[in-house]
Write a protein that binds this ligand. Structure first.
Ligand code: PRX
Length: 572
């Protein structure tokens, strides 16, 4: 398919200077920034926190934290102290050691970040879990990873089926006082009396960092393991793409349960010693504009759904806030519509810079970095040091303007190290030996800009969150009234996609509005609110292959009123 490109709009940098820097760029140039270069050893927590605490940035604010009940800030020195204390709590109250998995399952609070970096200081691999997950989702992730400890809050404790997780030896509970046992530890109480000093565990670049679970179109969510080496690309993209500078105040709105919230919520900016704002609590346009104003945020990284919600709240609102500190605005996670770029330009007075990457890539890959002219609707170009292209299904590169699989030459610094416990799944990402195949379809224009077209598989991106239809379907099948279920993403103006379920009911069950509401609630309470179908359509029968697999492709074409395509594998 051949597609015409839109006109480009100029960026705000001197292209010539910028290009000089990136000419012949090699990743090993970045190593110089880290202790690795001097002694062959490294630790993300040291590079992001202690290194600055031991420099003239010691008293600079590392973290501004705010939610409706708390408003706090921590300097790099204080962050060093609190993360040392957290590391000491883990040492005193568990056998956790390098390479063990500890999960953090809680809303954003300063303690989340203390325990994240505290665990990293011990060389523990951290699995962040989104706070909206319910029992099944929590169980699957803890079980698959063989986690031995978890940090959580009293409110979320009920959702962790500890009786089915014998490997989980220690549960660190943050917040109000709790009845401690040998297994349940009062984190805040122990933190208050822990020592401020800790001997960091020095690691190699290939040692583990974070384990983010993410969804594909089939099977349970898979654990994407990232290693310390990711810091090289996270550091460099913070410079080139986020354009972070010494005095910036930076806000990334993503939750650390998702990869953006770790890689760019804290790691990338703190590697540069830049002050980070963390907002707890719920989204509201007033809160968000208020945060931008109050903290004089200069670099802001968010997502299309959030921008569309702000657009929806009306442009008059913006006039009440002084957003004068803002210098650079970026987006990730879903297609950024040209209308949103235009809104950014007209209302925020900044062009929103789109960035493309995935949990598996560990860092930004294809971006509208400031030196590039933005073509609204395009994700930008591969950043220096990254080779991206479009390949056909055999792994052969196709000419510009031809749609195909968005692929990356494997071996970039932040590339996932493995899929936890699943070598076959890891291998299945690679075509013709060298190409990592993203699962996205796109085309490249003749200037090397990439244009997103859609997912090739059935993965749903709803409000920027990646949901696997299989997980939702499995949960639906546990409902007593449901016989069969097929789940698709339905296009939605605000959320990008919403989850729609097609359901056939067991014999004798009548489809009613109450039943529909009950099924939605069942998924919401069993799996996660963001994974619950917003729409349900009852059908007598669902389209299936002869081997009994539900054909989501046909459901999608029903929904979109499109031709159903090849039905030769469908049962009679
Ligand atoms: O489909 C692409 C979409 O998000 C997927 C990756 O999701 P996840 O692993 O949760 O990571 C999200 C943020 C790093 C991709 O396969 N996606 C990500 N960025 C964009 C995007 N789709 C369109 N435009 C983007 N800029």
């Amino acid at each position: 398919m051949k597609i015409a490109s839109l006109p480009a709009v100029s960026g705000h940098y001197n292209l010539t200077d910028y290009n000089k820097e990136k000419l012949d760029f090699k990743w090993d140039r970045v190593e110089k920034e880290f202790s690795w270069y001097h002694n062959g050893r490294v630790n993300m927590a040291y590079e992001a926190i202690d290194r600055h605490a031991e420099s003239d940035k010691a008293f600079k604010t590392a973290l501004f934290y705010e939610d409706p009940t708390r408003q706090e800030s921590y300097s790099f020195l204080e962050m060093k102290k609190w993360t040392n204390r957290a590391a000491n709590v883990f040492t005193t109250h568990s056998d956790l050691k390098k390479g063990d998995r500890l999960f953090i399952f809680m809303p954003r609070t300063p303690e989340l970040y203390f325990s994240l970096f505290g665990a990293l200081k011990k060389g523990i691999i951290v699995g962040p879990l989104f706070e909206a997950f319910m029992e099944v989702a929590v169980f699957d992730r803890l079980h698959d990873s063989g986690a031995t400890a978890i940090v959580t809050t009293p409110e979320l404790l009920d959702r962790i089926p500890l009786h089915r997780l014998p490997l989980v030896k220690k549960v660190f509970v943050v917040g109000q006082q709790i009845d401690a046992t040998d297994r349940i530890i009062d984190f805040n109480k122990q933190l208050a009396s822990a020592s401020d000093d800790f001997d960091i565990e020095w690691l190699g670049l290939e040692d583990g960092l974070v384990l983010h679970y993410t969804s594909g179109s089939t099977g349970k969510p898979k654990g994407v393991l990232h290693v310390q080496n990711a810091m090289i690309q996270q550091y460099q993209t913070a410079k080139w793409v986020l354009d972070l500078r010494e005095d910036d105040v930076y806000w990334c709105t993503a939750d650390p349960g998702w990869v953006t919230g770790t890689a760019y919520g804290v790691f990338a900016p703190l590697l540069h010693g830049v002050s980070v704002v963390i907002m707890g609590g719920r989204f509201s346009p007033q809160n968000w504009y208020g945060t931008l104003e109050k903290y004089k945020i200069s670099v802001w990284y968010s997502a299309p759904t959030a921008f569309r919600m702000l657009m929806g709240a009306g442009n008059h609102l913006v006039a009440n806030y002084d957003l004068g500190a803002l210098r650079h605005v970026l987006s990730v996670g879903e297609p950024l519509n040209p209308e949103v770029v235009k809104w950014g330009n007209d209302i925020l007075h900044h062009r929103i810079h789109d960035t493309w990457w995935m949990t598996e890539t560990g860092a930004q890959m294809i971006c509208n970095y400031p030196a590039l002219a933005i073509k609204p609707g395009s994700m930008g170009k591969a950043i220096p040091g990254i080779v991206a292209t479009i390949v056909d299904d055999r792994g052969v590169e196709v000419p510009p303007y031809t749609m195909g699989n968005l692929a990356i030459k494997s071996g970039w610094p932040a590339m996932m190290k493995e899929i936890w416990n699943n070598k076959a799944r890891f291998d299945s990402y690679f075509l013709a030996g060298e190409w990592y195949v993203s699962g996205d379809s796109a085309y490249m224009d003749d200037e090397g800009y990439f244009w997103f077209q859609g997912r090739i598989d059935d993965v749903i991106m709803t409000a920027g969150e990646r949901v696997g239809p299989f997980e939702v379907e499995s949960k639906l099948l546990e409902h007593p009234a449901v016989l069969e279920a097929g789940v698709i993403g339905k296009p939605d103006e605000i959320r990008g996609e919403i989850i729609k379920a097609f359901i056939s009911l067991k014999e004798g069950v009548v489809a009613t509005a109450e039943l529909e509401a009950d099924i939605k609630k069942f998924v919401k309470e069993g799996l996660a609110a963001h994974a619950a179908p917003r729409e349900i359509e009852f059908k007598d029968k669902l389209p299936k292959t002869r081997s009994g697999k539900i054909m989501r492709r046909v459901l999608k074409s029903w929904e979109l009123n499109l031709p159903t395509g090849d039905l030769s594998s469908m049962e009679d």
